[in-house]
Design a protein around this ligand. Structure first.
Ligand SMILES: Nc1nc2c(c(=O)[nH]1)N[C@H]1C(S)=C(S)[C@@H](COP(=O)(O)O)O[C@H]1N2
Ligand SMILES: [Mo]
Length: 412
């Protein structure tokens, strides 16, 4: 068994599978995961705040940029993760698999890290396509896996610190005989007999292997890193146009084009899908506004007769696409003032059923002069697919909280 594993590792040996490569890719992965963690925490808690959490309403593009970065970096990490796995793959062929407690920690954390990272990136990518081929809830799972990754990554970095330090800067990566070290990460510091033992080979077998002709160098470290960089750049360039206007013409693979929906704005859920077309066109529609002890009902004409404000704000979907648009309507602040509830938290209700039928507007968002009950979009009366007769639009909020097809605003 051990010699079979040794032979397998020998067969996988490549100058590109070098501890230095593993460290370079590992640094990129760690940085990428950190960026995704921070932007992900922001997106998670703005949708599901813990008691006492307050979020900035400015800059208005904050959520748009944060979530655009989250999805772009997460997507670019996929080729980097695959390259890293390819690089360290020979280390899987070690016999016996675990020799020490440290080895158990090392392999356990790696197993968790690899599994969690693969699932995290895969379901994240699927989510950008609104494809949910699994029975669990996406956001909770994505969140829990993120913590798993951070924890396993901390252990992994701790265990691998000697290798990381050793190969942080590029140094000679040839052995005493001047050959490139065809070793896995961590073995660079080992002497030849130690390496032989680490590979689970007998000295005789190692000598026979060393005497055999070396496999030709098919892939250098540089080639691997350049190819990985090119792959990451390619997936980014062909998807980031869903949120970054200058690259919109290159957007070949992202599910949303910048301006493909009615009134130049994508739609996630149409009025037909939400089953609200008839209600949205009902001439008897009114917006109910409720304060602590007062109550008002505004038909569409009454809303149009109130002072109108025009703002430019993005719709920034959690799935990564975003578009700026011009909105016109009545300030939520003014409506809440009518019922004596200025400065309160507001419950926003839609007449559409479903996951986003009720959202919470914290006081700082309800007070912000950019937060509107929008009646117009890009110079026209709101399209039913964008939430007619009226929808919420606020700065620095994820798309899911920009409630369409409004029914009521209630102070809490
Ligand atoms: N009532 C209701 N409001 C909703 C939704 C919904 O399904 N129902 N979808 C939300 C999501 S996920 C997004 S991204 C935005 C999209 O707005 P748009 O269709 O005008 O682009 O609306 C939000 N408002
Ligand atoms: Mo969304």
């Amino acid at each position: 068994m051990s010699s079979a594993f040794g032979t397998a590792r020998r067969a996988f040996a490549s100058p590109a599978r070098h501890p230095r490569t593993a460290v370079v890719l590992g640094r990129l992965l760690a940085l990428g995961f950190l960026v995704c963690m921070l932007t992900g925490l922001y997106s998670h808690f703005i949708q599901d705040p813990l008691p006492g959490m307050v979020f900035p309403t400015r800059p208005a593009w904050l959520y748009r940029v944060s979530q655009g970065v989250h999805v772009a970096v997460g997507t670019a990490l996929i080729p980097v993760l695959l390259a890293k796995l390819w690089t360290v793959q020979p280390l899987l062929f070690q016999w016996p698999p675990v020799r020490t407690l440290r080895g158990l920690l090392e392999r356990g954390s790696i197993a968790l890290l690899v599994a969690a990272s693969l699932v995290e990136l895969a379901i994240g990518l699927a989510n950008t396509f609104q494809w949910y081929p699994w029975p669990f809830r996406f956001r909770e799972t994505h969140f829990a896996l993120a913590w798993t990754i951070i924890g396993a990554l901390a252990v992994h970095i701790g265990v691998k610190l000697p290798v990381i330090v050793r190969w942080w800067r590029r140094r000679g990566s040839v052995d005493a005989e001047g050959r490139l070290l065809p070793v896995g990460p961590g073995e660079g510091e080992l002497s030849r007999p130690e390496r032989t033992r680490a590979r689970g080979l007998t000295g005789a077998l190692q000598r026979r292997i060393d005497a055999a002709p070396q496999p030709p160098e098919v892939l250098s470290r540089r080639t691997l890193l350049v190819a990985t960089g090119a792959a990451a750049a390619a997936v980014t360039a062909t998807t980031v146009g869903q949120s970054l206007p200058p690259l919109a013409p290159l957007n070949a693979f992202a599910p949303r084009a910048l301006r493909y929906g009615p009134q130049g704005l994508p739609v996630n859920r149409t009025a037909a899908e939400a089953g609200v077309v008839r209600l949205a066109r009902d001439a008897g529609w009114t917006l109910t506004v409720a304060g602590p002890d007062r109550f008002a009902a505004f038909p569409l004409d009454a809303l149009r007769a109130l002072p109108q404000t025009e703002v430019e704000l993005p719709i920034a979907c959690v799935e990564g696409w975003s578009t700026n648009a011009r909105w016109k309507g009545v300030r939520v602040r003014d409506l809440m003032a009518v019922v004596g509830a200025e400065g309160r938290e507001v419950v926003v209700r839609s007449f559409a059923k479903g996951a986003y039928s009720t959202t919470l507007l914290p006081p700082e968002f309800a007070l912000d002069p950019l937060t509107l009950v929008a009646l117009e979009l890009n110079g026209e009366a709101l399209h039913v697919d964008h939430g007619a007769p009226a929808r919420l639009i606020a700065p620095a909020r994820p798309g899911v909280l920009q409630t369409k097809w409004l029914r009521a605003l209630e102070a809490r």
